[in-house]
Design a protein around this ligand. Structure first.
Ligand SMILES: [Zn+2]
Length: 328
């Protein structure tokens, strides 16, 4: 809090204070080791309840949904599936509306869709822990397959849940995009982890630990010091793992369960908000720490964010972490 004296208020007319208020919450600029920055607007802060909107109801029926069982022939030919009791529980298909394609020399890559459940009405937090682990094993397998293509340099796996997060189909799913380019976003992480990555990771995690939501044997989940979105949260392995496709079962299972648990908390806290999940893993030839970033899409990015690369955020991560812990 900034406490304003009467003389300060009368001296500088630019300091706007509501009549009768003698204090204003203090806003704060923060920059992290990756060069990401944020301005916390404490003077706009709200309680989680004020962010809650009614859960969006599905408009399309399973019979009309191309991702539902029975409509398999309406999707491009299947790449891979996981079955249980002779029925698929996870399906990988090429994206019908690809952004990259091996036949595009100027936008080379593969664009896949991972349908994580046959159940039209489930979201990621509704699937079981065991199912989440199987899903991450599919991610590992698909990254490995994509990396076998000599031209491919980078692979990104992501999820857009809800209309505000950019989901175009209601049936919950993930996407994989691989490219012959190095994604610009990964460069800031590669730069940080270039020298002594194990030490750098240890330094980062010990710094972020004060904003920890929970930890498991192999991962830590925290609201980062620089959170560019309200209630942003990251899941990071405790040891340095540059490539998800080379991660062992123990760490991968832990990471999958941590992300799954985090989304359960988020859905409980904010009543199934829209969100994006991105899984960052190293491109060929460079190293960054494989980790998962979760962006609840409550506040909209606008001119300031596009013009500066910095974000306004009305929720301090120190406040966000307390709210996550309340539903833990
Ligand atoms: Zn469906």
């Amino acid at each position: 809090m900034i406490r304003l004296t009467t003389s300060a208020r009368s001296y500088d007319k630019r300091v706007y204070v509501f009549p009768g208020h003698y204090t204003i919450p203090e806003n704060e600029f923060r920059k992290d080791v990756f060069g990401r920055c944020v301005i916390y607007t404490a003077n706009r802060s709200k309680r989680p309840k004020q962010f809650v909107t009614p859960k969006t109801k599905k408009k399309i029926l399973p019979r009309d949904c191309i991702f539902c069982p029975g409509n398999e022939d309406k999707t491009p030919p299947e790449i891979y599936r996981v079955e249980e009791n002779h029925k698929w529980i996870i399906r990988v298909i090429p994206n019908k509306y690809y952004g990259v394609h091996p036949l595009y020399p100027k936008a080379y890559g593969w664009h896949e869709v991972i349908i994580e459940t046959p159940d039209h009405y489930k979201t990621f937090s509704d699937i079981s822990k065991h199912h989440a682990v199987q899903l991450f094993k599919v991610f590992r397998k698909r990254i490995k397959e994509n990396m076998k293509d000599k031209k491919i340099k980078s692979v990104l796996i992501f999820k857009n849940e809800g209309i505000t997060a950019g989901a175009s189909l209601e049936h919950t799913h993930w996407q994989l995009v691989s490219s012959n380019k190095k994604f610009p976003e990964s460069k800031k992480y590669i730069k940080y982890f270039r020298k002594e990555p194990e030490n750098k990771l240890e330094k980062l995690l010990s710094f972020e630990k004060e904003r920890m939501v929970f930890e498991t044997k192999n991962t830590i989940v925290f609201c980062p010091y620089v959170s560019k979105f309200n209630f942003e949260v990251w899941a990071v392995p405790k040891k340095f793992h540059p490539r998800l496709d080379e991660m062992n079962d123990t760490v991968l299972n832990d990471l999958a369960m941590s992300v799954h648990k985090t989304i359960i908390l988020l859905d409980k806290m904010l009543n199934y908000p829209s969100y994006n999940i991105v899984i960052l893993t190293s491109p060929k030839g460079s190293s960054l720490q494989t980790h998962v970033q979760i962006y609840p899409r409550i506040a909209k990015w606008a001119g300031f964010e596009f013009g500066t690369g910095c974000a306004f955020n009305s929720v301090l991560p120190e406040v966000a972490v307390k709210e996550y812990k309340k539903v833990l």
